[in-house]
Design a protein around this ligand. Structure first.
Ligand code: ADP
Ligand code: MG
Length: 342
């Protein structure tokens, strides 16, 4: 559905020298500064995929989305969306995509929401019959009728986001681009939005490309993530393999009857692992163990503990994806290199 090949976007700006002298100098010669916002990125996305496009602020996510939606023309490389080059055939492309930018709205601020939908119906040439069916579906997944007669400016952020998503979907696009769709929303609205995205993807096989800082969005929605850092792609794969590659740490919480029994255990003689692979912290009667599951199993730890202490409760947690992603950002270049070698 989407093919991106060596996509690159450079932004030119002019360096300004400080002070009056600098301004005068600037009149005669200006030093050009080139910023590579997107640097030689390639990937392919199949129909029906939900792909998380993630990276820290300024990584180049929005710039990539803008090229895929046809708003920006690449400096080099190209992208093709369902056979169309978006920035060369903007009108044709617009018919097959829906876009939501969480930071701004595409709704008409001063009109009742229902008018926005009527206008979009005309713009996209949606037939009366399709319009009826579509509105019924959108109302069912996004509860639009709660506020459809209100003026857009009076909507809460959560309502506005649901409305924006509805507006992007009216013409049943093949591809949906969402740039930070859950930014600033409370937990309940976030959950509604996620359910709606899932439902649309399931019902219509809509391809979804989503940028987000919200790891809940990623965990709940994405079968695949692409991570970019400083304009470069550093990871492309599923969440499971990212966990396997980078997420080897586990947390084990053990509740014991008497913490002294734990203090008496000499873990060093049992396991002989460095602190980065095994560490214990005791807090009252709860014991928190962080361990590298490639070096030692939860069962081995549990066996040693249970031989010496009365255990009341025990739980094991995976490393949370946010810690993993942070780690990848930090080591970006090196990990990208390691991966491409293997
Ligand atoms: N129109 C523009 N002119 C100059 N620089 C830009 C422009 N748009 C984005 N940039 C720069 O390109 C980089 C990537 O921006 P962006 O794609 O918005 O990142 P993200 O969405 O991942 O936060 C940033 O350094 C940003 O400052
Ligand atoms: Mg952005």
């Amino acid at each position: 559905m989407i093919t991106v090949e060596n996509l690159t976007k450079e932004f030119k700006s002019y360096k300004k020298n400080p002070g009056f002298k600098g301004t005068v100098k600037g009149l005669f010669s200006r030093e050009v500064v080139i910023k590579k916002a997107v640097d030689n990125i390639s990937f392919h996305i199949d129909k029906g995929e939900i792909v998380g496009y993630i990276g820290s602020n300024g990584a180049g996510k929005s710039t990539t989305i803008k090229m895929m939606t046809g708003i920006l023309v690449p400096t080099a490389g190209r992208c093709v969306v369902n056979g169309i080059i978006p920035y060369e055939n903007r009108m044709e492309n617009a018919q097959q995509i829906g876009v939501v930018f969480g930071q701004r709205t595409q709704l008409w601020w001063d009109l009742p929401l229902t008018e926005t939908f009527t206008i979009l119906k005309e713009i996209y040439n949606v037939s009366d019959q399709d319009f009826k069916e579509r509105m019924a579906f959108l109302d069912q997944v996004l509860n639009l009728s709660e506020f459809i007669n209100n003026t857009v400016r009076t909507l809460s952020l959560g309502q506005r986001m649901r409305a924006d998503l509805g507006a992007a979907l009216l013409h049943n696009p093949k591809v949906l681009y969402l740039d930070e769709p859950t930014i600033g929303l409370d937990v309940v609205v976030k959950e509604n939005i996620r359910l709606a995205i899932k439902e649309i993807n399931r019902e219509f096989k809509t391809t979804v490309v989503l940028t987000t800082h919200d790891l809940g969005d990623i965990e709940e929605l994405c079968n695949r993530i692409i991570i970019i850092d400083a304009g470069k792609k550093i990871y492309d794969g599923d969440l499971k393999s990212i966990r396997d590659t980078y997420g080897y740490k586990r947390n084990m919480d053990i509740e014991v009857k008497n913490a002294d029994q734990i203090k008496a255990i000499d873990f060093n003689t049992h396991f002989n692992l460095p602190p980065e692979d095994f560490s214990v912290e005791i807090n009252g009667n709860s014991v928190s163990v962080v361990f590298n599951r490639n070096k030692i199993s939860a069962a081995e730890i549990a066996a040693v503990v249970m031989a010496k202490a009365v255990v009341r409760d025990m739980s094991i947690k995976e490393t949370d994806i946010s810690q993993i992603v942070k780690k990848i950002y930090k080591n970006g270049g090196e990990l990208a290199w390691t991966r491409s070698q293997s």
